[in-house]
Design a protein around this ligand. Sequence first.
Ligand code: CAA
Length: 387
Amino acid sequence: MNFELTEEQRAIRDLARDFAQSQIAPIAAEYDESGEFPLETIKQLGGLGLMGIEVPEAYGGAGMDTMAYVLAMVEVSKADASHGTIMSVNNSLYCHGLMKFGSEAQKQKYLVPVATGQAIGAYSLTEPMSGSDAGTMASRAVKNSDGNWLINGRKSWVTSGPVADSIVLFTVTDPEAEPKHRGISAFMIDTTRAGFIRGKKEPKLGIRASATSECIYEDYIATPDEMLGGEGEGFKIAMTVLDAGRIGIASQALGIAEAAYEASITYAKEREAFGQAIGEFQSIQWKLADMATRIEASRLLIYNAALAKTRSSETGQRYTQQASMAKLYASETAMWVATQAVQIHGGMGYSKELPVERYFRDAKITEIYEGTSEIQRMVIARNVLAG
Ligand code: CAA
């Protein structure tokens, strides 16, 4: 397998790194503290082509491949995981789904503004009583006599819910369907339309600048041409899109882990105890060695998944297992590395004076959203047993 980066991939990585380090890193702590959505820098990321990296230029994107997306995600998340979340959902959960399943009219209306970074997209699968078991949702879309769909229900944990201009919504159109997931359909939602209500914003442990909320639908009317894909195809669309999303979250996790690791290296060289730099102690060296090894293994799994996704656009072969492996390993690595980083920094790791405690809080979500570690293990196990 060839992981050598092309000139174009190196260029987008460097562009993302320069912007992230000069514009995002300096404001990350302040936005984490306030929980304010960083609209200005998100728009700037859009201006750089980083909000629709894999979308063809004809639809306002950067027209690049998944490896380019991964590289940019790592750099942005290394500076601030909140920006990483917003960027990942926009790129993979929203744009990728529309590119793959959208009609030409849907692409013109809903993809172009989001891929250019002028508007923000969201993805809405989860409900208060339906998380890991995504097929059991309670929200409904009922077909009216005029052919339009009347949508009612409450969705939760919608990343960018408080600010999104449009949302890919998954809801039940046929409650009698067996199995249940075949009764789910997807719709493109315009958040300025009557019947769409932004619900309570979630107060969160980490990624605090990425706004997350409930979204409520009260007699929201969707026209037939606003259905994404066919009737009953929603669950498969949701799963297909999550395969892409999980590569994005794995990259976010890698960015967090790299930031925590690099801070630890610097600190281990500077901080002295018992007459020597703490990096001279074997107890610290072994932590650093394990951090470096797990980070490298995460990177290889992510690159492997990115190449599998690129191949998939030609062969049509699913890359579910590669994406789940990358997400599982990179997210558990991020949490583990951030925990070690806090320990290496001692009291300073627990203090808000340094970003290490933020890495620790931000890392946790990568083991939870877009499928918990338990769900990733379930997906991987089902694949290996079926193979
Ligand atoms: N690609 C395409 N199709 C898929 C698929 C995939 N990766 N995975 C499953 N399917 C298809 C199956 O082939 C099957 O199709 P048929 O009807 O033709 O048989 C159908 O979907 C049902 O599959 P399963 O029987 O495997 O479904 P399940 O009910 O057992 O659930 C699951 C599988 C993997 C557990 C799934 O429910 C899941 O991924 N759960 C986690 C949900 C999740 O990640 N939620 C996060 C939401 S987004 C978020 O976090 C917020 C945010 O904004 C960031």
